[in-house]
Ligand binder design. Structure first.
Ligand SMILES: [Zn+2]
Length: 273
């Protein structure tokens, strides 16, 4: 019981700060409190610490200002104030893994969790840092130069940020497992193996995200300015469907690519352990 109270208080403090700093909408803050509480109470500092690392770095980086950042935030769902759907799309799979691990303890859940969190971290870091890139991004499909903010466009700065962010999640897993004395099951996994697991799975997840974004993600066209955007409203008007599968929202793309990264990390964990 005391774990649930401590978890709720920590989550409330962090989500409250994020709401105050306008990184989360009200629904996003409520979702973050629920998620943080479960991560702490059903998990421990390993699960909670990884979530906080993702959450705090992403919130800070989303405040990085570039010339084009404001426009990117109007056209794409990934940046700016996050709502409950985005919060669950980023940390929901990890929460499921955390609960399943409490019910049926197995290292597989932790590997899956690290892969999924490495992917959402890589994707968010790539979006926030890539938005600052001076050079235009290239399409992940055909490597042609595309306008900044184009779905499926990747930049070297964004890709570098993705790799570093994902690797840091892997390194943090090693640190937190040692800290929480939960490392017995992972005894043969060194820091470098954890960094490789995080970097490879997270980077692959971010690439999967870009590929889905460039192909089947639901996109809309603004009636006013003609831009192709991720969101249902632009220039103060409802947007028109442009391409993609109707159910493949940005949140769905996030969940699918982080699940893929989770399975990659699980496989790598089994191989490297
Ligand atoms: Zn517009």
């Amino acid at each position: 019981m005391i774990d649930w109270i401590i978890g709720a208080l920590c989550a409330l403090f962090i989500a409250g700060a994020a709401y105050w700093k306008r990184s989360l909408s009200l629904s996003g803050a409520v979702a973050a409190v629920i998620m943080g509480t479960v991560y702490y109470a059903a998990g421990n500092l390993f699960w909670f610490g990884i979530l906080i690392l993702f959450f705090v770095t992403s919130s800070i980086f989303s405040k990085l200002r570039g010339d084009r950042k404001a426009e990117l935030e109007r056209s794409y769902a990934k940046s700016g104030r996050r709502d409950a759907g985005q919060v669950f799309a980023n940390g929901g799979l990890g929460m499921v893994a955390c609960i399943l691990n409490a019910l049926w303890p197995n290292p597989a859940w932790a590997f899956f969790f690290i892969g999924s969190m490495a992917a959402v971290t890589a994707d968010t870091w790539a979006t926030e840092w890539g938005g600052l890139s001076k050079r235009p991004p290239r399409s992940v499909l055909n490597w042609r130069v595309v306008p900044p903010g184009t779905s499926g466009g990747i930049s070297s700065l964004g890709s570098m940020a993705a790799l570093i962010g994902a690797g840091i999640i892997g390194g943090a897993a090693w640190l937190l497992l040692g800290w929480t004395n939960a490392a017995q099951d992972f005894i043969s996994i060194t820091l470098w193996k954890w960094i490789i697991i995080g970097a490879v799975s997270g980077f692959a997840g971010a690439m999967a995200d870009s590929l889905l974004g460039a192909t089947v993600q639901k996109m809309y066209r603004c009636k006013q300015c003609g831009k192709v955007v991720e969101v249902g409203e632009h220039c103060g008007q409802a947007t028109l469907p442009e391409r993609g599968w109707s159910w493949m929202s940005n949140d769905a793309v996030n969940i699918i690519s982080s699940a893929a990264a989770g399975f990659i990390a699980w496989g790598l964990g089994v191989i490297l352990a």
